[in-house]
Design a protein around this ligand. Structure first.
Ligand SMILES: O=C(O)[C@H](O)[C@@H](O)[C@H](O)[C@H](O)COP(=O)(O)O
Length: 232
């Protein structure tokens, strides 16, 4: 399925339009299957969208949520993606959703991987909607170029993988590429001219797959609907 681009005049309009799109996807899944599941991105970009989404009038009691990746830090840590989700998304109406945490008390994601895998196995699969951010190096989720575990995480039949990013702080747990690619709808949520230009480059470059940006490898593997939601 081809990639659909949606561009907005402001980040605020992007946040509200994306929140509405996600809410509609979740409501449609509930109507069709009695339940819905979503995996949301980490980083700083989604906080405003989370706030708008938290107010949507859908049956959140039938929605299961998690993160596409997480820094292996306590939830109280300023760098925790779960902290951002709990402060901005699991509030208002969306407080009724079930959230599956991607971190445990294990010292490292490698030590905690089996527990997280078991937890994620309780999530309805495939995800009905999955939101991805993108870094300035073309990583998405925690599929980082040059990470020693990258190829394993791109080929794994498991739901999650532990990753040691080459430069980004903190070891990570991430959805594997095949798990991301199976989602019914994948949405890349990015802002700024730089990320737009990088994504265009990633999507048009002619390189061997292992030399491609992870965002390209993921989008090429997505069988379902795939969208980019962008504002300057
Ligand atoms: O834990 C993370 O860092 C993310 O999941 C990561 O993939 C993020 O989405 C991009 O790095 C963009 O981050 P920003 O939105 O902060 O630019």
């Amino acid at each position: 399925m081809s990639l659909q681009w949606h561009e907005y005049a402001s980040k605020d309009e992007l946040d509200h339009q994306l929140a509405e799109t996600i809410a509609q996807a979740l409501a449609a899944a509930i109507a069709a299957r009695g339940q819905a599941s979503a995996a949301v991105s980490g980083g700083r970009t989604p906080a405003g969208m989370f706030k708008a989404l938290s107010e949507k009038d859908i049956d959140w009691s039938r929605v299961s949520l998690t993160l596409v990746d997480e820094r292996w830090v306590p939830v109280a840590h300023a760098d925790s993606n779960e902290r951002t989700v709990r402060q901005n998304l699991l509030v208002n109406r969306a407080a009724a959703a079930r959230f599956v945490s991607p971190v445990s008390a294990a010292d490292t994601p490698h030590a905690g991987q089996a527990e997280i895998e078991a937890r994620f196995a309780t999530l309805p699969q495939p995800f009905d909607v999955l939101i991805l951010g993108m870094g300035d190096d073309g990583h998405t989720a925690s599929l980082f170029p040059e990470a020693p575990e990258l190829e394993a995480a791109c080929a794994s039949t498991a739901l999650v993988a532990a990753v040691t990013p080459p430069v980004a702080p903190h070891r990570r747990i991430t959805l594997t590429l095949p798990t991301i690619a199976k989602a019914r709808e994948v949405i890349v949520h990015i802002t700024g001219e730089g990320k737009k230009a990088l994504l265009h480059t990633a999507l048009t470059e002619d390189k061997p797959v292992t030399a491609q940006y992870p965002i390209r490898r993921v989008l090429d593997a997505v069988a379902g609907e795939k969208h980019v939601f962008w504002a300057a």
